[in-house]
Design a protein around this ligand. Structure first.
Ligand code: HEC
Length: 224
């Protein structure tokens, strides 16, 4: 929902993505409440900055991206998990590795509406196609830092060029350890062999439940 006017808020001109980097759900809601309450006042008082959207518009866009990102990442995770469990049941764990190799990216992307790109990224990747770029790296470090401080990890949105990018942390669960845990103890040798075969440069082992494994990354086209 937009605030319904094109006035600009002179107190908060367009911020770039680095400034918005720490925008989290609570901040967004606070922003929306605050800015909507004073939007009529802003309409009267603020002369406006050309080319900028008001902070109320920006906050409501961000709230929408957060909501859509949550829904899409949940849908994509359900699809992936269901397919993975079926593959493990029919092919066995080692057989599920080449299955993931062939289908994971397609399954991940399949829930995306037109113009939206759904992916999973990590600096500690298995498939090099999922390697983190510099923005992903910065977000990864941000989440790792929060984790070290004992803070809870909630999704965030950063805007970058003409895209708005939703990030959500992916934490390792116990069911993931046979393929991402400790080789020898968690990961059976036959699975390690299948991993080495498909991913000679694998960086995605040695995780424990609760560790940050990767990020959901959902890229939306930014509104004009
Ligand atoms: C049967 C083995 C297996 C299990 C179980 C498994 N994964 Fe994976 N995982 C893989 C393979 C293989 C890939 C590479 C897929 C590709 O080529 O796109 C992968 C890729 C990923 C990626 C994408 C980034 C990267 O490293 O390429 C994430 C994130 C991920 N897994 C998280 C998880 C989580 C979380 C769980 C548990 C809920 C899990 N995996 C369970 C085998 C597995």
């Amino acid at each position: 929902m937009k605030s319904g006017h094109s006035s600009q808020n002179k107190y908060r001109p367009c911020t770039n993505f680095l400034q918005q980097h720490h925008l989290i759900m609570a901040d967004v809601l606070r922003l929306i409440r605050g800015t909507l309450a004073m939007s009529s006042l802003v309409l009267l008082l603020a002369p406006g900055l050309p080319g900028c959207r008001s902070s109320a518009d920006q906050a409501s866009d961000t709230a929408q991206w957060l909501q859509q990102g949550d829904a899409l990442s949940r849908a994509a995770f359900d699809t992936l998990r269901t397919s993975l469990m079926q593959a493990i049941a029919t092919l066995g764990l080692p057989g599920a590795v080449p299955y993931c190799h062939q289908h994971a990216a397609t399954l991940t992307a399949s829930a995306a509406p037109e113009g939206v790109i759904i992916s999973r990224v990590s600096p500690l990747y298995r498939n090099p196609d999922n390697a983190a770029d510099s923005l992903d790296q910065a977000t990864w470090q941000h989440f790792q830092q929060l984790k070290t401080q004992g803070d809870s990890l909630v999704p965030l949105v950063v805007t970058h060029d003409d895209r708005a990018i939703y990030y959500k942390p992916i934490l390792l669960q116990p069911m993931c350890t046979p393929c991402h845990g400790q080789p020898g103890t968690d990961i059976p040798e036959a699975v390690m062999a299948a991993i080495r075969d498909k991913y000679p440069n694998d960086k995605a082992i040695g995780f424990r439940p609760g560790d940050l494994r990767g990020l959901w990354k959902i890229s939306f086209p930014k509104k004009p």
